[in-house]
Design a protein around this ligand. Structure first.
Ligand code: ATP
Length: 247
C-alpha cells in the first residue's frame, strides 16, 4: 500500500518553474530512490514534500491524510522525518545530546533547552537505542564534532530516526563519503529498511541501484520515468542523466 503520495506537484520561484508536475507513490516498507541531474528539482521536491516549501499546486497525502500546505513541524509530528544535504548537527555537544534533543518524548515534554538534557535516564536509554540502530552507541559520549565524516552522516540519520518516524527522507546521504563509508552506509540502510520506509535522493548510481526497490527519475521538474532499478537500466534518459549529459 502507498504510504506517501504526491500528485501533480508544482512549485515556482518567481518566474522560475522548478517543479512542473511531480507525482510520486511510495510504498510502505520500501526504499524509494530519486535521481536526476543537478538542478532537476530533487531537493526542492523534498522541501515541498516535508513542508519546507508550500506547493503552488498539487496534493500530498501521508497514510491517507492530506498534508498539503502543512508546516514542517506538523508533518514531522505525523511521522515524516528528513535529513538535509548540509549537515545539521550540534557540534559543541556530545553525540547522544544530538539524539536526545530530537526524541519524540523530549519534544513532547516541552523542548525546554535550559532543562538538563541528561536528567531523564529513560531518554538516555532511548537515545542509546537509536544510536545502536546506526552503529554509534559506542560513540554516545564523544563530541559530535570529533566523529569521522562517515559517522557524522550516520549520526544525522540517527537524529532523523529519533522522533520515531514511519518514513525518512535522506538527501544525498553518500555526499562527501569515501568508498568504505559509502559501503557502511549501504549496510546501514539495508538494516533500517526492515523498520522504516526510506526515500533517498542520490547521485551515486551504484549505491542507489543496489538499494532501491523503485526509482523515480526527475528531470525538468517532472518525473520522466519510475521503475525498478533493473527496468531503468535500459532507459536512455536515465543512462544519460547519470552521466550528467542532460543536466
Ligand atoms: N529558494 C529558491 N529560490 C529560487 N530558485 C531556487 C530556490 N531553490 C531552488 N531553486 C532553483 O531550483 C532549481 C532546482 O534546484 P534543486 O536544489 O531542487 O535541484 P536538485 O535536483 O536537488 O540539484 P542538485 O542535484 O544539484 O542538488 C535550481 O535551478 C535552483 O537554483
Amino acid at each position: 500500500m502507498a504510504l506517501f503520495v504526491a500528485e501533480n506537484l508544482r512549485k515556482r520561484f518567481g518566474a522560475r518553474v522548478v517543479l512542473e508536475n511531480i507525482s510520486l507513490s511510495i510504498e510502505e516498507g520500501s526504499v524509494h530512490g530519486i535521481m536526476g541531474p543537478n538542478g532537476a528539482g530533487k531537493t526542492t521536491c523534498f522541501h515541498v514534500l516535508t513542508g519546507h516549501h508550500r506547493p503552488d499546486g498539487g496534493r500530498i497525502t501521508f497514510d491517507g491524510r492530506d498534508i498539503t500546505g502543512k508546516k514542517p513541524h506538523q508533518i514531522a509530528r505525523l511521522g515524516v522525518s528528513r535529513s538535509f544535504q548540509i549537515m545539521n548537527l550540534f557540534d559543541d555537544t556530545v553525540v547522544i545530546e544530538n539524539v536526545i534533543l530530537a526524541l519524540k518524548q523530549f519534544r513532547r515534554n516541552g523542548m525546554n533547552l535550559l532543562r538538563d538534557v541528561f536528567s531523564d535516564t529513560k531518554l538516555i536509554d532511548q537515545a542509546i537505542d537509536v544510536l545502536d540502530q546506526v552503529g554509534l552507541a559506542h560513540r554516545a559520549w564523544e563530541k559530535a564534532a570529533e566523529l569521522p565524516y562517515g559517522e557524522r552522516r550516520a549520526l544525522e540519520i540517527a537524529v532523523a530516526l529519533a522522533p520515531e518516524p514511519r518514513i525518512v527522507f535522506l538527501d544525498e546521504p553518500t555526499s562527501g563519503l569515501g568508498t568504505e563509508a559509502t559501503r557502511a552506509l549501504a549496510v546501514l540502510i539495508r538494516k533500517l529498511r526492515a523498520r522504516y520506509t526510506i526515500v533517498l535522493i542520490e547521485h551515486d548510481m551504484r549505491f542507489l541501484f543496489d538499494l532501491a526497490d523503485r526509482i523515480s527519475v526527475i528531470h525538468w521538474g517532472q518525473v520522466i520515468d519510475e521503475n525498478t532499478p533493473d527496468e531503468l537500466q535500459s532507459n536512455k534518459w536515465v543512462a544519460r542523466s547519470a552521466l550528467g549529459e542532460v543536466a
